[in-house]
Design a protein around this ligand. Structure first.
Ligand SMILES: Cc1cc2nc3c(=O)[nH]c(=O)nc-3n(C[C@H](O)[C@H](O)[C@H](O)COP(=O)(O)O)c2cc1C
Length: 140
């Protein structure tokens, strides 16, 4: 099992219909290619985790990288792992609105994750924690 995480900045004029179409494409393509993951949209930034067979994930990422709906696509991390974090999701999606996140510690955590993702050395336990927190947010 392989995991790839990246972040990017949404195109200025991105519409909710663009996001819907990304999700429709993703849910079909990802289930056919046995890819799971989660896409978060926060403060005009995307953070996405893709999980699956290494070559499939890499192939998908090269398509995503070239998508004009976003820019500044930065690879945060890529590594092998045993289990999927998002087993039952071809592509979970959540738009985080600042006002919606009541819990200030969660807001701080997301902000620090985005800061850490800019560093050369990314502690893997922080990445792990981030996606577990995201799962909790998705459940609420
Ligand atoms: C932020 C973002 C995330 C995306 N995630 C996926 C994804 O998980 N799966 C997918 O098939 N396409 C995803 N896409 C869409 C791809 O970039 C691309 O448009 C799609 O794979 C169709 O490519 P094609 O027309 O070359 O086949 C995403 C696009 C963006 C902007």
């Amino acid at each position: 099992m392989f995991e790839l995480i990246y972040r990017s900045t949404a195109h200025d004029n991105i519409k909710s219909s663009d996001i819907l179409s990304i999700l429709n494409t993703s849910r079909h393509y990802n289930s056919v290619h046995n890819i799971t993951g989660c896409l978060l949209y926060y403060n005009h930034e995307f953070v996405q985790i893709l999980e699956g067979d290494k070559s499939q994930v890499k192939e998908l990422f090269s398509k995503i990288e070239n998508d004009t709906l976003h820019t500044q696509v930065v690879l945060v991390s890529e590594n092998d792992k045993h289990d999927r974090t998002f087993k039952n999701w071809s592509m979970a999606y959540h738009e985080l609105r600042k006002s919606e996140i009541q819990d200030i510690s969660k807001q701080n955590f997301i902000n620090s994750f985005l800061t850490i993702s800019e560093l050369a050395e990314k502690p893997t336990h922080v990445t792990k924690l981030f996606w577990h927190l995201s799962q909790e947010i998705l459940k609420t």
